[in-house]
Design a protein around this ligand. Structure first.
Ligand SMILES: Cc1cc2nc3c(=O)[nH]c(=O)nc-3n(C[C@H](O)[C@H](O)[C@H](O)COP(=O)(O)O)c2cc1C
Length: 209
């Protein structure tokens, strides 16, 4: 009786330990996969040939609820070539999606022109708002090559609001949210460009509102 109980106890401890080990290994694998996917997306926007630094570690944490859509720190990935700024990729949030926050990667070349935008996390409706994903439609590629001067300020809206950007059919709210967030991110970059590239990596510094 006693030895049975002991055996059961040993098994319980062993399987508990095994479960904890598996859990932590799985978590680490998930995190590693997420980082890899993020790096792949960043490299879609800023091709490896454009830079010679380690973009994934040359980062900065910045805070700007008014421009970047969140009170949390936003990571900025910086691309440089021979020490010179090439582009910055900001993990902006569009807070006013149809179903809440839409997390975006906004890649801006040093001259202020958009290298591209990608939606990396959202809860927009499948078949409607999820057309912001490149896997669903090309809509988000419409930001390529745009800047604060192209189109001009008053045209940074969806067509329904008198601007230059197409809205997704049946998903005007989603489209409006993304256009607004990209526009504010371009402004943030134009205001802080020199600090963004000057500050040492991983320094929590820029907080302007
Ligand atoms: C079930 C359901 C899901 C919806 N999902 C979205 C969405 O993901 N994004 C969005 O902008 N509008 C969504 N809408 C539509 C909005 O209510 C709104 O009608 C629309 O954004 C207006 O754009 P439209 O004039 O192009 O239809 C959804 C509506 C319903 C009933």
């Amino acid at each position: 009786m006693l030895s049975n109980g002991l055996l059961l106890g040993v098994f319980a401890v062993l399987s508990g330990g095994l479960l904890a080990l598996t859990h932590s290994a799985t978590r680490e694998r998930i995190l590693a996969n997420e980082r890899e996917a993020l790096l792949r997306t960043i490299h879609e926007l800023v091709p490896p040939a454009w830079h010679d630094n380690d973009i994934f570690h040359d980062t900065l944490e910045v805070v700007s609820p008014a421009y970047l859509g969140t009170s949390e720190a936003v990571t900025v990935y910086r691309a440089r070539r021979e020490g010179q700024p090439v582009a910055a990729v900001l993990t902006t949030v569009a807070p006013d999606g149809y179903s809440g926050n839409i997390k975006l990667l906004v890649a801006i070349r040093n001259d202020g022109v958009l290298a591209g935008v990608r939606a990396i996390r959202h809860r927009e409706t499948p078949g409607l708002g999820d057309a912001i994903e490149t896997a669903r439609s090309d809509w988000i590629l419409g930001f390529n090559g745009k800047s604060l001067t192209h189109p001009t300020d008053d045209h940074w809206k969806v067509k329904r609001d008198g601007g230059d950007f197409d809205q997704l059919t049946g998903a005007t709210i989603t489209s409006r949210a993304v256009v607004g967030a990209v526009y504010r991110t371009l402004h943030y970059f134009s205001l802080h460009r020199s600090e963004i590239f000057a500050l040492p990596p991983a320094q929590e510094a820029l907080a302007d509102d």
